[in-house]
Design a protein around this ligand. Structure first.
Ligand SMILES: *Cc1c(COP(=O)(O)O)cnc(C)c1O
Length: 387
């Protein structure tokens, strides 16, 4: 089954048997518990909805199919997925090697919670150079945590090269695939062990739900994380499961339009006299354009740029748009714009932001699926407002 077909059919087969009514759309199973006729026999295997729920199961199957994975688990948010993963696979005193340009919230979780409270050690390295990952591996390392392309600087790392290094040391490789979605990038096929998503973004795609997912092939890792999912309880609700199930049906067509608009915006900005630098993996000017072409089947809907101006100009620019909402988050049908240094990445210490190259005036765009002409007109209007 091809991607677009899996995105519609896996997990949502109409049921004609056992009183099934042939629903084409998966019902929202709003039940906390399941009655049984006999003490020893849970009905259809269901006991209690923290442990399992049919709507959540359908989404888990759907997302696993989209990443070509055996197993899927969904959580109340992307960070809840990350929390369950780390709780499942690490003990106090063990070590994570992570890309130094992670989503700000992932970094806050690792540093402020797992490191400060539970003594998990974390080395942040520039994973654009696989050798730096290799050099950071210690006897107590368990996990390599990658995000590619990163947020908001769109740096890439070579998943295959790093997975090869990590596997020589029997480490588990996690890739946060939120930015590309499974439509443009399939980390498991490149050697990653676990794919993580904030389904809040492209997978749901309509900015009306939060969720997170882990997709993987290794049964013993799956059983460990599934145990934690039930034990710690950070599960996705049936209603959010339904919303994301619905969102994934249009993932392929949305991603194509996100990308089309992102390319147009990137080229428009690159030729604009008030712009110093545009960062988009699809531009030939991107330092890792070649790796992007090799590793991904597209370049996605996210881009960043630096105005020729100061932070005040950048603030006036993002406040002067009519279609781009000035908001955190990304991956919805509507275009969003934001200033990472003061919004999404405010929790990253200023000296660390300088080290990774995140300028105060950097502007991040999540290209929506509106008509591109309107988006370019809106951007030009904002340039004129700042003079
Ligand atoms: C949003 C995001 C997360 C966190 O997900 P939540 O659903 O907000 O908890 C993690 N990684 C990336 C790349 C994200 O964009």
């Amino acid at each position: 089954m091809k991607f677009e077909t899996r995105a519609i059919h896996v997990g949502e087969k109409p049921n004609f048997k056992d009183g099934g009514t042939g629903d084409v759309a998966m019902p929202i199973h709003l039940t906390s518990t399941y009655a049984r006729e006999k003490v020893d026999i849970p009905t259809a295997g269901y006991e209690y909805s923290r442990t399992a729920n049919p709507t959540r199961d359908a989404l888990q199957q759907r997302l696993a199919a989209l990443e070509d994975a055996q197993y899927g688990l969904v959580f109340a948010s992307g960070l809840a997925a990350e929390t369950s993963l780390v709780l499942s696979l690490l003990k106090a005193g063990e070590h994570i090697v992570a890309f130094d340009d992670l989503y700000g919230g992932s970094r806050r979780l690792f540093t402020r919670v797992f490191n400060e409270r539970f003594k998990v050690e974390v080395s942040y390295v520039d994973a654009r150079q696989p050798q730096l990952v290799a050099d950071s591996i210690r006897d107590n390392t368990r996990l390599v945590w990658l995000e590619t392309p990163t947020n908001p600087l769109l740096k890439l790392c070579d998943i295959e090269a790093i997975a090869n290094i990590a596997h020589q040391h029997k480490l588990t490789v996690v890739v946060d695939n939120t930015f590309m979605s499974p439509y443009f990038q399939q980390p498991l096929a490149l050697g990653a062990d676990i794919v993580m998503h904030s389904t809040t973004k492209f997978l749901n795609g309509h900015s009306d739900s939060l969720g997170g997912a882990l997709l993987l092939n290794d049964e013993s890792l799956y059983e460990k994380i599934k145990f934690t999912q039930n034990a710690a309880g950070g599960i996705l609700s049936p209603f959010d499961s339904y919303l994301i199930l619905r969102g994934t049906k249009t993932l392929a067509v949305r991603m194509r339009q996100h990308q089309k608009n992102a390319i147009r915006i990137a080229k428009f900005l690159e030729s604009h006299p008030r712009v110093n630098r545009v960062i988009y993996p699809g531009l030939e000017s991107h330092p890792q354009h070649e790796l992007a072409q090799k590793q991904m089947s597209g370049f996605g809907g996210m881009l960043s740029f630096e105005l020729d101006g100061n932070i005040k100009d950048a603030k006036r620019f993002v406040e002067g748009l009519k279609y781009f909402a000035l908001a955190e988050s990304l991956g919805g049908v509507e275009s969003l714009i934001e200033l990472p240094a003061v919004m999404t990445h405010a929790s990253v210490p200023p000296e660390e932001r300088r080290k990774i190259g995140l300028a105060d005036g950097l502007i991040r765009i999540s290209a929506g699926i509106e008509n591109g002409d309107d988006l370019l007109e809106d951007l030009e209007g904002a340039f004129q407002k700042i003079g």
